[in-house]
Design a protein around this ligand. Sequence first.
Ligand SMILES: [Zn+2]
Length: 249
Amino acid sequence: MRPLWLLLPLCLLFLLLLSDYLIFDSANDLPPPVSRTVLLGFDLEEPDTDEDVAALLDLLEAHSASATFFVVGKVAEERPELMRSILAAGHELACHSYSHPQLTGLSEAGQREELTRCAEALQGLGIEHPGFRAPYTRTDRHLVSLLAGLGYAYDASYIEEWTHAPRAGVPGIKVSASFLPLTDYYWLYLLRSPGPFYAALRGYPASRLLSVDLHPRYVMRYPSHLGAYLAWCEEAGCAFLSHQELMKG
Ligand SMILES: [Zn+2]
């Protein structure tokens, strides 16, 4: 008699095939799209591979979509060719700290070093006043003051709405005001139920942006989902913008 443990991989394979079938099947029955501005942001860190980023660039090009890549400064220094390929494809490069610590837990000197070194890495690529998104989206009043003083263009740690009167009360830099809904967690898990996911997006207040905050290494595990999302937005005539483009109006 065949050992029972041999059945386990077969059961897992069956479940995997079934789940892919269900995803595909339910994706044929999405609620109609709604026209919005779509703000695309990708955090680019050490585990993200050149291959994932290249595939993501191809996907964005296929949908004529502009995006912002918030890159860790150390990665920008170590992989300049990858950075140049992102810029050559017409996307924005912005800063995601130098080594991805939780910045709010650092001393002022530590914060300053992280922000200065990341800005320098991007300046080496010709970007004078980069935008910024904090690791883990953790910022505070002091960090925003530092960003303004160091010549950063904006803080997109919370990227639902932009405001000229930032919560931190710091003039000279734009700060986004409230938390965005569409992060890796939702992308990887809720997209397995596309119907409810898209229905929720449709129900989101009409004045709001549709913004995403994703990582290439996760989103490119399921590239067809991102393609479907972009196609859904495209069908409604949505504008895909980088953060820089949005701020320029
Ligand atoms: Zn990050």
